[in-house]
Design a protein. Structure first.
Lengths: 672, 359
């Protein structure tokens, strides 16, 4: 009666009633426009700074992740440019050994831990929910926490670097050099805490991606129809979950050795420095596949779209990625051939390392076949992918050489290896990443990137890259070891180094053009529309940028190329609550609707948890008492995090097992 | 160069882009070939059987992989450029049900390519194992055995001998006899280093608490430079070593010379220099056999003047360089463990006279 007095419309009354838990508003209960407004209210961020900080929307988090990762990419690139200036001439005095060692350590650490892994996961967090047809990731607060802890980790590392306490023992941090005796001070401690930051962030994001991809796919999106991109993200996430604990253990041991005087790596007290290498590379080698496999997902998506045909050999491509993921865990010893391991054991790792060429080969052949029988459209993303073929194949071939123990003993730890892994990592990951960025930028922002600037970026990067890194093969064969801050003039390495340094500047120029392109197009680019490339995956079926709730109605997928095979009368899911964050959970294999679930609301607690963890990690560089102190802080944040939902946030449906048969049928009918 | 021209002929019928690519590759190849002919620290200029085996393996892999790379590049370029106009004109409508016959044909081609990949990998695997076996000859107990201990940032060298009084102890410069297999026992005292003389052999790490064996021989006399290959701190860049391969008679002559204690000062200045040495912090770390200096933390100096370089193959062993190094080695190798030694000019000249007499 009171509401009528206030002059509310029926719909508003319904909304209020729903909020009080009296009546549920479901999809279809309101006219479309009203419903969109309500969905936006339910799923959107609160306005202002507070809304920004507390957001748990996967798109806001994903975008932040991507931007932060590119900032770190730029920082890592600047460090690389400084190194190339130093090495341009023999006996150069631009950087001393102390600065150089810090810079090359920071370059490796930044590129691996603060750029490559996070940026791949960022694309996953942004795109996987859209591609599988759901409204958010499975654990939105965890996603938010994953971002904050990554950001704080990066800021911590760079703050200490600017204060001249940057790590200087290499990103691989070999003991005993990184141990308490040969690296006094706090430099190594900062590094090993950074590992904690990034590994926690990566583990959270991986669990997020696996759960979202397995349990939240739209009806009809059975596993054999899942886009290859999503497969790639899932495989990467599984690799992260199995590889990260190894580096977590190794850095924990290192911290204990340094902080409380244990002797895990001290050979004088029964420890062994080789233990570090095994633990580190058991993570370190899968790591390169962790950054490479998502790139395979980008390549497949982009080739499919721009060849205008379904990708050739879907099953072969997926199985190859899974095989790569498995074999990737059996190669770590090829980083340790020089440590005098038994020959028989080393032979096993030679065979395994060569074997990885088979799944990689299959994928390359399938893509060539797709291009061959398709109708390629030469847009910037596809051009980057073609660049990827040349660079990555060359890097892969030199990789096969290093699988051989005798040859590896010659080229190991020389510039040949530097050339090799930049060919596979820049060729295999960064080029596809740039392709992906040009490809999905319209979806992220609603604007197209400039094609001409995009092509210019490609050519500058492609030429600059090859000028920089090709001569390094030869430098390595001529005996130039890695990680040297200078070299003697009589070694005859001066000219090739000068060429490499010149190339680095062309490469930098390419990245600058890219930045200009992004800044210019973000506001002034052509309006993209929903599906500017005529692509097939579900994210292209919604507006650009997507609304906070992603899909007005969850789609029902009818085939592998969701949008290409969609019929006029395609069914949609109806019946999810619109007044609270309700999502549909489906079965792992065939994505049949299973039950509904309420996702949590926005909250500041992930940020608080991030701050608590940051305080703990930083102070544990100095005292072991940081741990109990940090536990108290974390407990406070976690209590807030897990605090029961307010009444107006709950929309608990009855659990499936409590539904009557009739209800279940109705739910199923709604979902179809 | 004959090979190059035939390869060029073979590709002349290909497309322009492909041709350009080939030229690039061939240029790269020529660069590699010519680079092998010079360089005292090069993988492609082997001077012994071990490095020779590896370099043959390298060229096998290089040629096969260059071929593979070329084929893949041609395939990619053809895939994107073939019947370009025709394909460009056809509509944008996505193809979700490709012609099954063509798909089947492509499957067959891909299976063939995967088969080829397998064969190539298998050949590489066998070649790699065979080369590996060639590097490890059955252990010869008569072989000359040298213990190398890595230090930040120099190499301690001991020639094993029985009785122990016959052990030759030196640093950074290793003499070996030509045509004989030499066994190196590698270990380290502080952090991990890696012993690498590319012209003679691949590298092996020096790890504290481990002893790793590396065997190789030089086929012809010469000087071969090596360098630490595992990052070991500040002066990793300046941790060089020299291997001098000599005919056996010359080598044993050198060895006998090294066994003798240091030469006695022959004149007043040298005597004064010896006094300077023995009264300065030098003796805390360095050894000169035949005097009271017995430190083991830094390179052995008993026959310093017979060595060609100082500071771990960083500077030629001349009076000027040695003087600069003693007064302030931190200028030359910042961060190294030798503190500056403040000496008056008269003391320094005398010390240099003395050190110069330690042939």
């Amino acid at each position: 009666m009171k509401e009528e007095e206030q002059g509310l419309t029926t719909k508003e009354k319904d909304e209020n009633a729903a909020r009080r838990g009296e009546q549920a508003l479901r999809e279809g209960d309101l006219p479309e426009e009203e419903e969109r407004r309500l969905l936006e209210k339910t799923w959107g961020d609160k306005p202002g700074f507070w809304g920004w900080v507390t957001s748990t929307n996967h798109k806001s988090i994903g975008k932040r992740f991507i931007i932060t990762a590119f900032v770190f990419f730029a920082l890592g690139g600047i460090l690389a440019a400084l190194m190339r200036i130093q090495l341009a001439r023999p006996e150069n005095t631009f950087l001393g050994p102390d600065a150089y060692n810090q810079i090359f350590t920071m370059h490796g650490t930044t590129m691996m831990f603060l750029f490559a892994i996070p940026v791949m996961e960022a694309f996953g967090i942004y795109l996987v929910p859209l591609m599988v047809g759901t409204r958010n990731v499975a654990f939105p607060r965890l996603a938010s926490f994953s971002y904050w802890i990554y950001l704080f980790g990066g800021i911590t590392l760079y703050t200490f670097f600017i204060l001249n306490i940057g790590p200087d023992m290499g990103w691989f941090s070999y003991v005993p050099l990184a141990g308490p005796e040969f690296s006094p001070g706090k430099r190594v401690d900062i590094w090993s805490q950074l590992i904690n930051f990034t590994e926690i962030s990566a583990l959270c994001a991986s669990i997020e991606i696996i759960t979202t991809a397995f349990k939240m796919r739209a009806p009809g999106l059975s596993l054999n129809r899942v886009p290859i991109f999503v497969w790639a993200m899932v495989i990467m996430s599984f690799m992260v979950t199995f590889a990260m604990p190894a580096v977590m253990t190794s850095s924990l041991f290192l911290t204990l050795d340094r902080l409380v005087g244990t002797h895990f790596y001290n050979q004088a007290e029964g420890g062994d420095p080789l233990l570090w290498q095994h633990l580190f590379w058991f993570f370190g080698h899968p790591e390169v596949y962790i950054v490479f496999i998502p790139a395979l997902g980008y390549v497949s998506s982009i080739i499919q779209t721009f060849s205008r045909r379904r990708v050739f050999g879907y099953t072969a491509l997926v199985l190859s990625m899974i095989a790569t993921g498995f074999i990737g865990f059996g190669l770590w010893v090829h980083h340790m051939f020089a440590t005098g391991l038994p020959q028989l054991g080393s032979s096993f790792f030679t065979a395994a390392s060569m074997m990885i060429a088979i799944p990689s080969g299959i994928q390359i052949f399938c893509w060539i076949a797709t291009l061959w029988s398709g109708r390629p459209r030469f847009k910037t993303p596809l051009i980057f992918i073609i660049g990827f073929f040349f660079i990555f194949v060359l890097g892969g071939l030199t990789g096969i050489m290093q699988a051989s123990v005798p040859l590896d003993l010659q080229v190991h730890d020389t510039f040949f290896v530097v050339a090799h892994f930049h060919y596979v990592l820049i060729g295999g990951s960064v080029f596809p990443l740039f392709a992906a960025f040009h490809y999905w930028f319209p979806k992220f922002t609603g604007r197209m990137l400039s094609e001409s600037l995009g092509k210019l970026t490609f050519w500058l990067m492609f030429i600059g890259f090859n000028i920089t890194f090709f001569p390094m093969h030869q430098l390595g064969l001529q005996g130039m070891p890695r990680r040297v801050y200078t070299y003697l003039p009589q070694m005859g390495w001066g000219n090739l180094n000068l060429i490499a340094s010149a190339g680095a500047f062309v490469l930098t120029l390419g990245v600058l053009v890219f930045v200009v392109n992004v800044l210019k197009s973000r506001r002034g680019g052509a309006i993209a529309g929903d599906n500017p490339w005529g692509a097939d995956t579900l994210e292209w079926g919604v507006s650009s940028p997507p609304p906070s709730y992603n899909f007005f109605r969850l789609p029902v997928v009818q085939g592998r190329e969701a949008l290409w095979v969609r019929t006029e009368d395609a069914p949609v899911v109806e019946g999810l609550r619109t007044d609270c964050r309700e999502i549909l959970v489906t079965k792992t294999l065939d994505a049949e609707p299973d039950h509904k679930l309420t996702l949590p609301h926005s909250a500041p607690w992930p940020l608080m948890m991030g701050l608590a963890a940051t305080a703990t990690f930083i102070s544990s560089c100095f005292t072991p008492w940081a741990l109990p102190g940090g536990m108290v802080l974390a407990a406070i944040a976690l209590i807030g995090w897990g605090w029961p939902k307010k009444k107006d946030e709950v929309c608990e449906p009855p659990p499936v097992e409590e539904m009557s048969d009739e209800e279940r049928k109705r739910e199923a009918a709604r979902a179809q | 160069m004959k090979k190059v021209s035939s390869e060029q002929l073979a590709v002349s019928s290909e497309r322009k882009a492909v041709k350009r690519l080939c030229c690039l590759l061939l240029t790269a190849h020529c660069l590699l070939l010519t680079s092998g002919c010079r360089g005292e620290q090069s993988v492609l200029n082997p001077a012994g059987p071990q490095a020779g085996h590896v370099s043959r393996l390298w060229w096998l892999m290089f040629y096969v992989e260059a071929g593979v790379f070329l084929l893949v590049c041609i395939a990619v370029l053809l895939a994107i450029f073939r019947r370009r106009r025709e394909r460009k004109k056809s509509g944008d409508e996505p193809d979700t049900s490709p012609d099954p016959q063509r798909e089947q044909r492509m499957t067959r081609v891909i299976m063939g390519a995967v088969g080829m990949t397998l064969v190539i990998l298998f050949v590489f695997l066998i070649a790699s194992f065979t080369t590996g076996r060639g590097l490890y000859s059955p252990s010869d107990s008569q072989a000359l055995s040298i213990k190398i201990t890595g230090h930040q940032w120099w190499w301690d060298v001991e020639y094993d001998a029985v009785p122990a009084s016959n052990i030759v102890h030196t640093a950074n410069e290793i003499h070996i006899p030509v045509g004989q297999l030499v066994k190196f026992r590698l270990t380290a005292d502080d952090v991990i280093h890696s012993f690498w003389v590319p012209n003679l052999s691949g590298k092996k790490d020096l790890i504290p608490g481990h002893e790793i064996i590396l065997e190789f021989q030089a086929n012809s006399p010469g000087e071969f430079r090596g360098q630490c290959a595992e990052f070991c701190g500040y002066q990793h860049a300046h941790m060089g070593l020299t291997i001098i391969a000599e005919p056996p008679d010359k080598f044993y002559e050198w060895m006998n010379g090294q066994r003798t204690p240091a030469a006695q000062p022959a004149n007043e200045s040298e005597q004064r220099g010896q006094q300077v040495f023995l009264n300065s912090p030098c003796i805390m770390c360095h050894t000169i056999r035949g005097t009271d200096a017995g430190g083991r933390l830094a390179p052995e100096l008993t026959h310093l003047a017979s060595r060609k370089t100082i500071a771990a193959s960083t500077l030629p062993n001349t009076r000027g360089h040695l003087g600069g190094w003693i007064i302030n080695s931190q200028e030359i190798k910042p961060g190294n463990h030798m503190p500056p030694v403040p000496l008056s000019s008269e003391e320094l000249q005398a010390l240099l006279d003395y050190l110069g007499s330690l042939k």
